[in-house]
Ligand binder design. Structure first.
Ligand code: ZN
Ligand code: ZN
Ligand code: ZN
Ligand code: ZN
Ligand code: ZN
Length: 311
């Protein structure tokens, strides 16, 4: 296991962000324009959105700059997919034979293990929940499965942003456990039960020969609106941090998946919104093109149905 932590804690989150930014800049230089630009179908062929070259109508990659421009079919289920997708959202399979799904390094077709990170092509079984995973974090329970993933998680956990997220997630969970006094009737009932408690305790004390019993004040009950306001405040702040940690586009889908999974706070219901189709995925492990970037968003009640790729 690789235990050396190269990241300086003071550098923290900004260091990780810096790296992302560098990748983005490099990509912008390479592609010249936004990857999200749609392909232009010229009458005699497909015009490359990156360099403008007009290619053969059936071309999948630009003859001039090599960027993916066309549509292809999933080798596993035959669904139509973009040439630069590495994952099929129809059959939920990783489809690239030449790129390691865990680290993004080049692999040859016969490699059973990645020559760079040593992870198996067939996937890694999560030691926690036993799900088979093509990517570095378990899509089911979030466990880091590779050395690189564990390293990234350690780096992120040292950052003030991550620590604040954890604290907020914990507070939100605790607030959700509190049962508020929602109506006047509840308040009245609470008052009555307090009085009854006092009377019972007084009677019991008299039985034991004590004139005046010590009655501890029951913890003050919280008004629903105060509770909601507090929860709202926590959610708002958590949302700000998630926004701040949004995943920038990167030439390597593996980098975005790994970073997004490492950023995810535990204990709050989240969905990953990709920049590709602005679909809500349960995680970037279910997105065909995470290389375009994305971010975690907090799910409210009853929003489960919006998630596109439920496992
Ligand atoms: Zn081109
Ligand atoms: Zn498929
Ligand atoms: Zn690898
Ligand atoms: Zn798992
Ligand atoms: Zn997506």
């Amino acid at each position: 296991m690789n235990e050396d932590i190269t990241l300086n804690p003071t550098q923290g989150f900004s260091g990780v962000q810096e790296r992302q930014r560098e990748e983005l800049t490099r990509e912008q230089v390479l592609s010249g324009e936004s990857q999200q630009q749609m392909h232009v179908h010229a009458a005699q062929g497909v015009q490359c959105p990156y360099c403008g070259t007009v290619n053969e109508p059936e071309a999948l990659f630009c003859a001039s700059c090599g960027k993916p421009i066309g549509q292809t079919t999933c080798p596993n289920c035959g669904a139509d997919i973009d040439a630069d997708a590495d994952f099929c959202e129809v059959c939920h399979h990783y489809i690239r034979k030449d790129v390691c799904s865990f680290c993004g390094a080049h692999m040859s077709e016969n490699d059973a293990f990645c020559p760079n990170c040593g992870n198996p092509r067939g996937g890694i079984v999560c030691p926690t929940c036993h799900t088979i995973n093509d990517f570095s974090f378990c899509k089911q329970c979030g466990t880091a499965l590779t050395d690189e993933a564990r390293q990234l998680l350690k780096e992120l956990q040292l950052t003030p942003e991550y620590k604040e997220m954890e604290a907020l997630a914990k507070e939100i969970q605790e607030l959700e456990m509190v049962v508020p006094l929602s109506s006047e009737r509840d308040k009245l009932r609470d008052q009555l039960s307090r009085k009854l408690r006092e009377r019972v305790l007084t009677l019991l004390a008299r039985d034991r020969g004590v004139a005046q019993p010590v009655i501890e004040e029951k913890e003050a009950s919280v008004e629903k609106q105060d509770l909601d306001a507090k929860k709202e405040e926590c959610l708002k702040r958590l949302n700000e941090i998630l926004e701040q940690m949004a995943q920038k586009p990167s030439p390597q889908p593996a980098k975005v998946r790994n970073y997004a999974m490492a950023c995810k706070p535990q204990g709050v219901r989240l969905a990953w919104e990709c920049n590709f189709k602005h679909a809500l995925h349960s995680s970037p492990c279910g997105c065909a093109k995470p290389q375009l970037g994305g971010k975690w968003i907090i799910l409210g009640k009853n929003s489960r149905k919006e998630i596109k790729d439920d496992k």
